[in-house]
Design a protein around this ligand. Structure first.
Ligand code: BES
Ligand code: MN
Ligand code: MN
Length: 475
């Protein structure tokens, strides 16, 4: 059995795998920050070489335009055995990472990965920006590919793969839509997308995520007077954009914490009793989850009529992600600012349409324009929600692979996070996605002290290795 040889290889070469992983983490590929463009490219090149060493044909593809270049895309392919006629798998991942800020809250330097021993419930881990999201998870696939190549001499272990790693996921994948459009013919040849960028149900509880939410991200700016004013001379006589903006924002939710924007819930489907029961049976403990972030049980609040998990997996939400305006420096300054802005994100489900939501949001703000003030809006992008077919042969193969590699059946879960490429591939080329991720709730993704536990890394690498044989068996 080849899989057992690969699993053996992964075990005996684990130290080298982790060293390679830590080398990748040392490259600060903050895709959104132009200052890090050379590093971001270096991280792409690094992955490219890794895939080449595993027998893949590789190419670094440019994105964007000459005037406005984007981050490169790593593209790699394995031909597959001559007699392979299982699914052609498109593996998607991202090599860009979130900015490290606020830097002062890191206990070790974000781009100097360290290995920390187990402590209480937390297992041995690697701490660095990108450790879980998404370098660590992509690395599980890369090491599984290396293992198959080293033990059989076949790229991809004889499975037909196209690997696409992008460098703009954390900044809204702005150039991906064009890339997919331009390479539609090539991408249409694939049968299913595989992504490792999601989480598990808990420690030692691997999962397949069968749905992620969509996203609309909008910035609204309210302008009042054409200059900042002395608040003693002008306060109480003219609109203060911060006062007015916050009064408008307070109207976004009603007493039941439902979003008040007309049409917002269009396309949201009712949960079925069967799905509700399935989710209940997963045994998610809200009190425990809340405790992990320093909250008590009574902090379990959200849209009325829905449970903790239902509010994340099945309901759309609106969140203020930032408010900008006035004086925020040290000490006091008595001022009425000319402008105030808000960054707002909406998580979407089912058939909600990201562009329609944006229009509805603009209209809602316009109807609430404070006297003498004007709005301007910027759409920072987003993506469609994605729900996956759970009965498909490749998803069942992934489920069997997890079972054989980890010894337990994967839980079927959803996630409140967003991975826009899945919706994009579904709408442009009709591709289904399988999310096979190994993150934990306390991995601190997007936050200081991000980590990835070695137990998760192991389970992920083993599951990806086992998936190769399961895919071959579909031939
Ligand atoms: N990997 C995450 C999304 C995620 C995390 C999904 C955990 C499921 C479980 C991804 O890198 C991410 O952060 N996505 C962004 C959206 C993007 C458009 C900026 C998000 O969800 O905020
Ligand atoms: Mn990610
Ligand atoms: Mn992310």
């Amino acid at each position: 059995m080849s899989t057992s040889q690969v699993l053996e290889w992964l075990m005996t070469h684990e130290e080298e795998s982790i060293d390679r992983f830590m080398d990748w983490l040392r490259i600060p590929s903050v895709g959104t920050d132009p200052k890090h463009d050379p590093d971001t490219r270096k991280a792409a090149q690094w992955a490219l070489e890794h895939l080449e060493e595993s027998g893949f044909s590789v190419e670094l593809m440019e994105t964007g335009t000459t005037e406005n270049p984007g981050q490169p895309i790593v593209l790699a392919t394995s031909e597959g055995d001559a007699d392979y006629n299982g699914p052609h798998v498109l593996f998607y991942g991202h090599y860009d990472v979130q900015p490290a800020d606020p830097i002062e809250l890191w206990e070790s330097a974000p781009f100097e990965p360290i290995r920390k021993p187990a402590e209480g419930a937390i297992g041995e881990r690697v701490v660095a920006r990108g450790a879980c999201d998404d370098k660590g998870q992509v690395m599980m696939f890369l090491e599984a590919m290396r293992g198959w190549y080293k033990t059989t001499g076949k790229p991809g272990g004889g499975v037909k793969f196209t690997v696409l790693l992008e460098g703009e996921e954390e900044s809204g994948s702005v150039n991906l839509e064009n890339f997919v459009e331009q390479h539609k013919d090539m991408l249409s040849k694939t049968d299913v997308c595989l992504i490792s960028d999601t989480g598990m149900l808990g420690r030692g509880k691997p999962a397949i995520t069968y749905g992620v939410r969509g996203l609309t991200y909008i910035e609204a700016t309210l302008t009042g007077p054409d200059q900042d004013l002395h608040s003693g001379l002008w306060g109480g006589k003219v609109p203060n954009p911060i006062n007015e903006l916050t009064k408008v924002l307070a109207q976004l939710w009603d007493e039941d914490r439902k979003v008040t924007i007309p049409g917002f819930y269009d396309g949201v489907r009712e949960l079925t009793d069967a799905e509700r029961a399935q989710w209940d049976a997963l045994g998610v403990n809200p009190a425990e989850a809340l405790k992990g972030i320093g909250l008590s049980e009574d902090a379990n609040i959200g849209e009325k009529g829905f449970s903790f998990i239902e509010r994340e997996w099945a309901r759309p939400t609106c969140d203020i992600n930032g408010i900008i305006g006035g004086y925020t420096g040290p000490g006091a300054k008595t001022v009425i600012p000319s402008q105030a802005s808000v960054k707002l994100s909406f998580r979407l489900v089912d058939d909600q349409d990201s562009d329609k939501i944006a229009e509805a949001v603009y209209e809602w703000f316009r109807e609430r324009t404070p006297p003498g003030c004007t709005w301007s809006f910027e759409n920072h992008g987003g993506g469609a929600p994605a729900t996956c077919a759970t009965e498909s042969a490749p998803l069942q193969a992934a489920s069997r692979a997890i079972k054989s590699a980890c010894g337990v059946d994967p839980a079927m879960i959803k996630s409140g996070g967003s991975i826009p490429v899945a919706g994009l591939l579904k709408t442009t080329i009709g591709l289904e996605t399988i999310f096979m991720g190994f993150g934990l709730e306390d991995d601190r993704v997007h936050s200081p002290n991000e980590k990835f536990e070695l137990d998760c890394f192991r389970m992920g690498a083993r599951s990806h290795a086992a998936l190769v044989e399961e895919l071959s068996a579909l031939s």
